[in-house]
Design a protein around this ligand. Structure first.
Ligand SMILES: *Cc1c(COP(=O)(O)O)cnc(C)c1O
Length: 361
């Protein structure tokens, strides 16, 4: 069986966790601070606040930017649900703009249309989906023109770049997830990066019950603190991230070169985007996806369908009156299949994936 994801935990991670356990300082502490400093430096942001997950990082970023009740946040209908749930946790209202069919990323033209329809939109929450940066030339021009706050969901795009600039550093805040299937992991964990010191200060208060001085609570906050155990894993994983991404890119290049089946469309990459292939997502010819995924299963190839439904049509939002028709998303969600490219695979295993795909009729 060739799996769709496999966290890469080695001797360094095990040793680092053992050292934390032996130290007795297993909750939030100095190791997390070291991880935060190293992550900020790596991404090229002034500040990092480590959190319990990518989801809590997104909620904290929105709240730290002052987004709340009465505010509208424009986002993509094609993502993991957390990117929209975070807007709802913050008390704000999500609105959606359709995606580009080639990249699966929010379409700048659709953003412009949404802003023309509703000039009260205050913020833009974009998702660098599957490891590819959104078109940041277009998006930054829109953000400037309409004076929007910009939050980047980088949960699938650690160290992805646009024009050589790392994602997470374009907007007011960037949010990362360190869930085990992501490009790097801390078990569960997340981070907010920002260059804005007031946003950093507010985020730090939010994750620690509004506390600067012990048992003096300035605001109503949360316990979203990362543990030293997670931080220790994160420090090791961050060192290995360039190799992980290099391996994902090499595997993607093999699939690009070797998949020749006309029923399968390989992903389109934009020259200015440095893709980190959190997922390698192909499109299957109309009405053939079920046959294709059965063929993969029959041949021991793992896969994922990210995502089978658009966010606004999810059952949990049925009473919210969201507009639920997004023509591009509604087509793409029926055609996508993500294939194994993770760093735990050998090149031969990736070639096997391509061969099995080429045998599909
Ligand atoms: C994984 C993910 C999240 C949430 O991260 P968690 O750590 O699982 O809470 C948010 N947005 C996107 C696009 C993700 O892929």
């Amino acid at each position: 069986m060739i799996s769709i994801a496999k966290p890469q935990i080695g001797a360094a991670e095990k040793q680092a966790v053992a050292a934390v356990l032996d130290s007795g300082m297993i909750a939030n502490g100095a190791i997390v601070t070291q991880f935060e400093n190293e992550f900020a430096e790596y991404i090229g942001a002034k500040h990092t606040v480590a959190t319990t997950s990518g989801t809590t990082a997104l909620e904290v970023a929105l709240r730290a930017l002052g987004i709340g009740a009465g505010d509208k946040v424009l986002t993509t209908p094609f993502s993991f649900i957390a990117s929209t749930n975070a807007i709802i946790y913050a008390g704000a209202t999500p609105v959606f703009a359709d995606i580009d069919p080639d990249t699966f990323l929010i379409d700048p033209d659709a953003i412009e249309t949404a802003l023309a329809t509703d000039p009260s939109i205050k913020a833009l929450l974009i998702v660098h989906l599957f490891g590819q940066a959104c078109n940041m030339d277009r998006i930054m021009a829109i953000v400037k023109k309409h004076n929007l706050l910009l939050i980047e969901d980088c949960a699938q795009a650690h160290d992805a770049k646009w024009n050589g600039k790392t994602v997470g550093t374009f907007g007011d805040a960037g949010c990362f997830s360190f869930y085990p299937t992501k490009n790097m992991t801390t078990g569960e964990g997340g981070a907010v990066v920002t260059d804005r010191s007031n946003v950093h200060d507010h985020a730090r208060l939010l994750i620690n019950h509004g506390m600067k001085v012990r048992y003096h609570h300035d605001i109503i906050g949360y316990n979203y603190r990362m543990t030293n155990i997670a931080g220790a894993i994160g420090r090791c994983q961050l060192e290995r991230l360039p190799k992980f991404n290099e391996s994902r890119r090499a595997h993607a290049a093999i699939l690009d070169a070797e998949i020749t089946n006309p029923l399968i469309t390989t992903p389109k990459t934009i020259a200015r985007a440095e893709h980190v292939y959190h997922q390698y997502t192909v499109r299957v010819a109309e009405n053939r996806r079920d046959d294709f995924t059965k063929h993969l299963s029959d041949n021991g190839i793992g896969f994922g369908v990210f995502y089978p439904l658009s966010i606004p049509e999810q059952a949990c939002y049925a009473d919210r009156g969201f507009q639920t028709v997004y023509p591009v998303t509604d087509r793409v969600k029926r055609e996508v299949v993500s294939l194994p490219v993770h760093p735990g695979l050998s090149n031969d295993e990736v070639r096997t994936v391509a061969r099995v795909i080429n045998e599909f009729r």
